[in-house]
Ligand binder design. Structure first.
Ligand SMILES: Cc1ncc(COP(=O)(O)O)c(C=O)c1O
Length: 384
């Protein structure tokens, strides 16, 4: 028996699949560089091993939301270009500058803080100016762009920083034909042209996330930033399945059945008794719950491959466990229950869980808790 088979539960992370996905995405990226987005612990897949695997497969940038995530990559010995974009006042600007991290700047307060940090460190900062081209989230509004560009250019001329990128983010790239896509591209081109006219010479201009990488070649510019597709999940079921894009799901979530027992008809199951057995039957106890990231909202609906068939959760998901009604199927404690994976054995997908929990597959993989060990397999790229 292999060592991981004895675990209560595990998220197996297939790094060969991740590397293959990176290569597939690069081939679709019109010659642009690829940033592997490894924020939020690589969407729950483990930031450091996934970052390494993505770099091996040809990614040239890593992207994180918070500076702490970016610094953690450096602390793990990961070199190359790393960019982070979610800053708050008083953040670790100096540490980021000293760790050679490209930092995003959306407004004047951030520019002031990065200039102060670079001056104190005696090292020029690398900044990327973020434009709000219509997402309405972070980024500099078009009306405020001239002031930000002018101040950043002045700091660049003074040698305090280098403007390495101009970038933005889509609101509706997963809805091909949505009018905001063309509108955002138009605004992005205008804002880039303005900055370049003012003397900015960016290494990279970028706006494309996974759906744009897969469906919008005109959005690829110099760099695409892929997250979900790299983990083998389609950005949206309406766009296609992972297989339609040549992608393979990277995470398999499985557990060891904790208990199998016979119960009589009319037996209530789990908190609130929202499920009652209709006949004498066999129950399997699956030792994963909402504390592990199994959505309580998927109570009564979440699919699991166990005992040779895909079955639905019986009753409520509890903090640490849920129950499946096996009907007449024989099973022993210790048998494997697969919640989702690439589908080779007929197991459900993360997308199936998203449907069951009325959410998106991004949330399903990202929310798997720290109590579930990540088991990275196929780390050796020599066999690809
Ligand atoms: C700024 C930014 N770029 C790129 C991505 C990657 O998006 P996706 O996972 O759709 O590829 C994200 C994730 O939400 C993001 O916040």
């Amino acid at each position: 028996m292999n060592e991981t088979a004895t675990l209560r539960a595990r998220a197996e992370i297939d790094l060969a699949a991740l590397r293959a996905n990176v290569r597939t995405l690069r081939a679709r990226a019109s010659g642009a560089q690829l940033m592997a987005v490894v924020k939020s612990d690589a969407y729950g897949h483990g930031a450091v091993p996934c970052a390494r695997a993505a770099l091996e497969a040809g990614a040239t940038w890593l992207g994180t939301a918070t500076p702490q995530e970016a610094l953690a990559l450096r602390a793990a010995g990961i070199g190359g270009r790393v960019m982070c974009w979610l800053w708050t006042p008083g953040g670790p600007w100096r540490e980021a500058v000293e760790a050679d991290i490209d930092v995003s700047v959306s407004g004047m307060w951030a520019l002031d803080e990065v200039v102060a940090a670079a001056t104190a460190a005696g090292v020029p900062a690398r900044i990327q100016l973020k434009a709000d081209t219509g997402l309405g989230r972070s980024g500099c509004q078009p009306a405020d762009w001239p002031e930000l560009v002018s101040a950043a250019r002045a700091a660049e001329d003074a040698g305090t920083l280098r403007i390495t990128g101009l970038w933005s983010h889509f609101a509706c790239a997963d809805e091909p034909g949505h009018p905001s896509i063309a509108a955002q591209l138009h605004v992005f081109r205008d804002m880039v042209a303005y900055a370049e006219k003012e003397g900015v010479t960016p290494e990279v201009r970028h706006i494309a996330n996974s759906p744009a990488t897969l469906t919008l070649p005109e959005s690829h510019f110099d760099l695409v930033r892929t997250g979900i597709a790299m983990y083998g999940i389609s950005p949206s079921p309406e766009l296609g399945t992972p297989a339609d894009f040549g992608l393979r799901p990277v995470m398999t979530l499985a557990a060891s059945v904790a208990l199998v027992k016979r119960v009589p008809p009319g037996h209530g199951i789990s908190y609130g008794h929202h499920y009652t057995t209709t006949a004498e039957t066999t129950l399997a106890l699956i030792p994963l719950g909402y504390a592990d990231g199994i959505p309580r909202h998927a109570s009564g609906r979440g699919p699991v491959l166990v005992g040779g068939a895909v079955r639905r959760i019986a009753g409520r998901v509890a903090m640490d466990q849920f129950v499946v009604d096996l009907g007449g199927a024989p099973l022993a404690a210790g048998a494997e229950a697969v919640l989702f994976g690439p589908g080779d054995r007929g197991e459900p997908s993360a997308e199936d869980w998203a449907v069951a929990a009325d959410t998106i597959a991004y949330e399903i993989v990202t929310r798997i808790g720290t109590r579930v060990p990540r088991v990275h397999v196929h780390e050796d790229s020599g066999r690809d």
